[in-house]
Design a protein around this ligand. Structure first.
Ligand code: NAG
Ligand code: NAG
Length: 297
């Protein structure tokens, strides 16, 4: 009997885990978010169904290109439950991203969602990285109509590697996926994370001021080192061949990276661009590194 009870409990536990891997299933047709309700639940309380209208399920304007004149060269339009109250309890939402040529969506993660992305226009480099210690990069260059998936909560990124503007649309498995941009959270927290801690954590910063081996070491703590991963490396190199070489060589000439390592230089450049976000972050890394005496003479 005890065994039977245990078995049933185990089965229930498994069932519970499966059902609740994503957001909970709705228990009613509609639970439009009632932003004025004082009731605190996981999500939003339901609006009185008698007050619900079609407008609660409507969002307009995802056809309109965003303004990409900013340091990242991208614009994200991400209507969540806050803009579409009808999304409440449904476990889905959508996002449009516009990219200028070379524009990036820097490495980030959604703490509550998987994502499926489609390229509507242009050529877009995408990738995600699995958890430590594997830190395995999965990356592709997508063309119009290609679809790519970012698994639940993993760090991922996008970059327009074509010559024209690019547009992607994606769907996320949460009414409120959240976003954690890695550079912003680490270098832009409020208040700041202790400088000494950051300096120590990022002592081998990925910057042109550092040697190849220093780059490599930071790479391992920040983004996977591709040097010992021929297949991923080749994939990425193939992706990056689309970038203009001239630009790269001015910043990462043979004097910095060594001629046979120019391809690695490209990778670091991409990573740096993705992480850049603002000059301030890089200045901060450099200052911290300098303060700690790690900057190369
Ligand atoms: C786009 O943003 C830039 C920078 O904020 C601004 O100068 C420009 O006027 C904007 N363009 C449009 C079409 O809104
Ligand atoms: C590093 O710090 C020294 C003094 O502390 C300063 O003279 C130098 O310009 C700094 N270098 C960089 C690259 O910030």
């Amino acid at each position: 009997m005890a065994n039977l009870v245990l078995t049933i409990i185990s089965l229930l536990a498994i069932g519970w885990t499966v059902v609740h891997a994503g957001e909970p299933s709705p228990l009613q047709d509609l639970c439009v978010a009632d932003f004025n309700s004082p009731v605190r639940v996981n999500g939003h309380a339901c609006l009185d169904p008698k007050m619900v209208t079609a407008d609660h399920f409507l969002f307009k304007g995802l056809n309109i290109p965003g303004n990409t004149s900013n340091p990242l060269g991208s614009f994200v339009n991400r209507p969540t439950v806050d803009q579409i109250p009808g999304l409440n309890t449904l476990g889905i939402s959508t996002v449009r991203v516009d990219y200028a040529p070379r524009g990036v969506v820097p490495p980030h993660r959604h703490p509550r969602a998987s994502e499926i992305l489609t390229v509507l226009e242009g050529t877009v480099l995408v990738g995600f990285v699995t958890s430590d210690p594997e830190n395995k990069l999965f990356s592709k260059v997508l063309k119009k109509g290609d679809v790519f998936t970012f698994p639940f909560s993993l760090i991922h990124f996008q970059q327009n590697v074509g010559h024209d503007n690019a547009v992607t649309i994606a769907f996320l498995s949460s009414q409120n996926p959240g976003v954690i941009p890695i550079a912003n959270t680490v270098f832009g927290s409020n208040p700041s994370i202790n400088d000494d801690l950051l300096a120590k954590a990022f002592r081998d910063s990925i910057s042109p001021h550092y040697s190849n081996s220093e780059c490599k070491e930071l790479g391992q703590s920040f983004i996977p080192d591709l040097r010992d991963k021929p297949q991923e490396r080749e994939d990425l190199h193939r992706s990056l061949k689309m970038l203009p070489d001239g630009e790269l060589n001015t910043q990462y000439g043979p004097d910095v990276m060594g001629k046979d390592q120019q391809n690695d230089g490209k990778i670091w450049r991409i990573i740096e661009e993705s992480l850049e976000h603002s000059k301030a972050h890089w200045e901060k890394i450099n200052q911290l590194a300098n303060k700690s005496g790690f900057l190369k003479k």
